[in-house]
Ligand binder design. Structure first.
Ligand SMILES: Nc1nc2c(c(=O)[nH]1)N[C@H]1C(S)=C(S)[C@@H](COP(=O)(O)OP(=O)(O)OC[C@H]3O[C@@H](n4cnc5c(=O)[nH]c(N)nc54)[C@H](O)[C@@H]3O)O[C@H]1N2
Ligand SMILES: Nc1nc2c(c(=O)[nH]1)N[C@H]1C(S)=C(S)[C@@H](COP(=O)(O)OP(=O)(O)OC[C@H]3O[C@@H](n4cnc5c(=O)[nH]c(N)nc54)[C@H](O)[C@@H]3O)O[C@H]1N2
Ligand code: SF4
Ligand SMILES: [Mo]
Length: 694
């Protein structure tokens, strides 16, 4: 007899496709698309389809410890591991600011929430940040500043209702394949629907577009202001919408006056005709939907870039109706849950802020803390954790569900900082990873399918992910590990949970009346009635679109008025090339799962550097030749791939190859940590480099 399929969510990207797992088929179960899941309607990409194949490969099975990074690891019991963590935290409790946790958008909502309560509540430090700092924080800041609250206003149905899809800084075809699938089918079957892609590379996404603007890296604000100026000059502004629903228009107008089309086209490296075409389509389309991801967010002006895009929607009134709006695509499966639970160092659960006294007070009451227990100061962001290790301000670092020794910028500096860490705990599903080499204590984590919890996808849809297999060895759910430490520290009364459903219940109640209201949801409702989009108070069916009444959380939506500052590290005569980085269809980040799946390894067997034929000819190199790439911070050695798909002067390296998977191919040895002043998101998309044939 076979067991019935388990309905769950794909644990890879933020599309959040519904999966049905048949746990008893084969060694680790088989996957198919869940036709009843509204976000994906039965579709899956190659990553989702193969995900169970890595469940039993190279898992971390029991806690491992060592006194110094030079020693080998030896097994310890959970009791010994938890006791040591408890003692070390107690020793630092008088200076809670020296305790840091660095988490991830791959944690479930329940894991995230319990960590916030422990760190920001009980320990009184806001030093919880996550890899979403490298990913979504510019979108979070942009939505907050433009609308008064975070939260993507659109939904996937809009992909099929739009007349004009404007994709900027997103390789949707490879990174959000099922979203792209829906959009491509709509585009194909509805002649007259336009698809425009803005990306310095001719990605598979760009190849499918009616028009591809191959702008120079970092010129997005010029382009967006140039479009704003054209729309305005040609009578495309929606004056009634602007007058009724926005503020800051006058200042925006002043900024636009500095972006005449000829200058914009020259700066971006595109033709005036193409610029005018894109503006014309925007003006003449009834419904305009824009999609963006890392090409805008990962920038030292990431917030300003995203807001310049939102400005165009405010200028033309393209928001609050089906098929329209500025839609930030989230990267990780639970990037959204991280935002809901306050998983960045300036946030608190329920879209609250650590700097808001009322918000702190609400949580202090709910959590049974004394008044003033939650610190009013934002904690350390991801990079400030690294600089805190350098100065000795950080005494304990607890890393969970992320592999920073591949994914943080300026890896040589990160390594040196981690080598100085008094005590690093690393809670991870797989072993080895690059980060394990810099940890003192390894804690084995149960992953997707081995614990029950929820995740929220890009369209605010919450899906329950039930446990369908036992965790291997002694691995445990992340939230259980945090709760056990809390008990040992004497906070047992605050962490009474037997099951993750109780954690969710407590968290959901705290969101009542907040923008991300999911107080009508419970594990039981999600299991019985399926996934649901917030806001969703009790008895509510869920909300596909925000702001349909054009009442924004800030009342009126706000135009931004920011000039472009260009790249943080522009090319110069010594470092003349711009290096960008990103993703490939079959691999997931640092390969902890996908590197262990044969089919995906064969799809993308090795790292490479993309270079334009003209540039390659200048250097006298051919496809397959090895080059050394040097930045002011480090070097990498990569085989060359010559392709006209990249803008001359720009180079591309995929981010997937850390030290475990290839020798000296990690792109982040080259990148810098200079970040957006508003979101603190580093400019991972551009740094200046040299290249030398080897
Ligand atoms: N296959 C796969 N899918 C994934 C992931 C994965 O690892 N593998 N990861 C997930 C995660 S966490 C994320 S955040 C998303 C990321 O999804 P995307 O943002 O789509 O992916 P990236 O490849 O990082 O970057 C997108 C594009 O930005 C372009 N770009 C670089 N500089 C600029 C610029 O200055 N301006 C503009 N307009 N564009 C620029 C790059 O050429 C690249 O094609 O993908 C998610 N999905
Ligand atoms: N140069 C450059 N650098 C980048 C980017 C880029 O575009 N260019 N993109 C940035 C972005 S957007 C992102 S999101 C980051 C991603 O970077 P990382 O977060 O470092 O990448 P992952 O490989 O996804 O690491 C997640 C880890 O969590 C583990 N894991 C999975 N599930 C669980 C669980 O339930 N519990 C626990 N404890 N562990 C689990 C996995 O085994 C894996 O090792 O990289 C960033 N770095
Ligand atoms: S598109 Fe994303 S969520 Fe859907 S199956 Fe692929 S990786 Fe999973
Ligand atoms: Mo991401």
């Amino acid at each position: 007899m076979t067991t019935p399929p388990v309905k769950t969510l794909c644990p890879y990207c933020g599309v959040g496709c519904g999966l049905e797992v048949l746990p008893s088929v084969g060694e680790t179960g088989q996957v198919r698309g869940d036709r009843t899941h509204p976000s994906s309607l039965g579709k899956v990409c190659v990553k989702g389809a193969t995900v169970t194949q890595a469940l039993n490969r190279d898992r971390l099975l029991y806690p491992l410890r060592r006194s110094s990074l030079q020693d080998p690891f030896t097994p310890v019991t959970w009791d010994q591991a938890l006791e040591e963590i408890t003692n070390r935290i107690q020793a630092l409790q008088a200076t809670p600011e020296s305790i840091c946790m660095y988490g991830s958008g791959q944690l479930q909502t329940e894991d995230y929430y319990v960590a916030q309560k422990l760190l920001k509540g009980c320990l009184g430090t806001n030093n919880f940040d996550s890899n979403s700092r490298l990913c979504m924080s510019s979108a979070v800041a942009a939505y907050q500043q433009s609308f008064g609250a975070d939260g993507p206003p659109c939904c996937y149905e809009d992909l099929e209702l739009t007349d004009y899809a404007f994709l900027i800084g997103t390789n949707t075809a490879e990174c959000h394949p099922i979203i792209f699938n829906r959009l491509r089918l709509h585009h194909k079957h509805h002649p007259g629907t336009r698809l425009v892609v803005v990306d310095p590379r001719t990605t598979p996404t760009a190849s499918a577009a009616d028009l591809h603007l191959a702008i120079k890296p970092g010129t997005d604000i010029h382009l967006l202001h140039g479009l704003g100026r054209l729309l305005l000059d040609q009578g495309g502004a929606n004056q009634e919408f602007i007058a009724r629903h926005t503020q800051g228009f006058e200042d925006y107008l002043k900024v636009l006056s500095h972006y005449p089309p000829d200058r914009v086209a020259a700066t971006c490296g595109i033709t005036i005709a193409d610029l005018k075409q894109v503006a014309h389509w925007w003006q003449t389309s009834k419904r305009v939907l824009s999609l963006w991801s890392m090409g805008l967010n990962q920038s030292a002006e990431g917030t300003a870039k995203a807001r310049a895009l939102i400005n165009l929607h405010l200028l033309t009134g393209q928001i609050g109706k089906p098929g329209a709006g500025p839609f930030s695509l989230t990267g990780q499966p639970n990037a959204m849950g991280g935002r809901e639970t306050g998983g960045l160092s300036h946030l608190l659960p329920g879209y609250r802020s650590v700097t808001n006294p009322q918000h702190r007070h609400e949580l202090e009451v709910a959590w049974g803390l004394t008044r003033g227990q939650i610190s009013p100061r934002p904690g350390r962001d991801a990079w400030e954790i690294i600089t805190g290790l350098e100065t000795g301000a950080v005494g304990l670092l607890w890393i969970v569900a992320t592999n920073p020794l591949v994914s943080l910028p300026d890896l040589e500096r990160v390594k040196a900082a981690l080598a100085q860490s008094p005590f690093t705990i690393y809670q991870e599903a797989y072993h080895p990873t690059e980060t394990a080499a810099f940890a003192h204590l390894l804690l084995p984590a149960a992953q997707w399918g081995e614990k029950t919890g929820t995740m929220t996808n890009s369209e605010r849809r919450v899906t329950l992910c039930p446990q369908f297999r036992s965790p291997p060895g002694q691995a445990q759910a992340d939230w259980r590990i945090f709760a056990q430490v809390a008990h040992r520290l004497g906070f047992g009364a605050q962490f009474p949970y037997q099951e993750s459903s109780q954690v969710f219940e407590e968290f959901a109640a705290l969101t009542a009346g907040r923008p991300c209201d999911l107080s009508g949801l419970s594990h039981r409702r999600l299991s019985e009635q399926g996934p649901c989009q917030w806001p969703c108070p009790p008895g509510h069916p869920g909300t596909p679109r925000l702001y349909q009444d054009l009442n924004f959380p800030s009342g009126r939506a706000r135009f931004s008025a920011t000039h472009s500052h260009g790249l943080a590290e522009p090319p110069d005569s010594t470092y003349p090339w711009v290096l960008t980085s990103g993703r490939l269809y079959g691999h997931w980040h640092t390969q902890t799962r996908t590197g262990r799946i044969e089919k995906l390894r064969q799809m993308h067997p090795e790292p490479f550097l993309e270079i334009h034929p003209r540039d390659a000819a200048k250097l006298g190199i051919e496809t397959g030749d090895a080059v050394q790439v040097r930045s002011r911070r480090g070097q990498a050695q990569l085989p060359v791939r010559i392709t006209a798909a990249i803008t001359p002067g720009t180079l591309f390296v995929p981010m997937h190859w850390g030290a475990l998977w290839a020798d000296q191919a990690a792109v982040n040895t080259l990148t810098h940590p200079l970040a957006c002043p508003d979101s603190h998101q580093p400019e991972l998309k551009a740094c200046a480099v040299q290249i030398f044939p080897l």
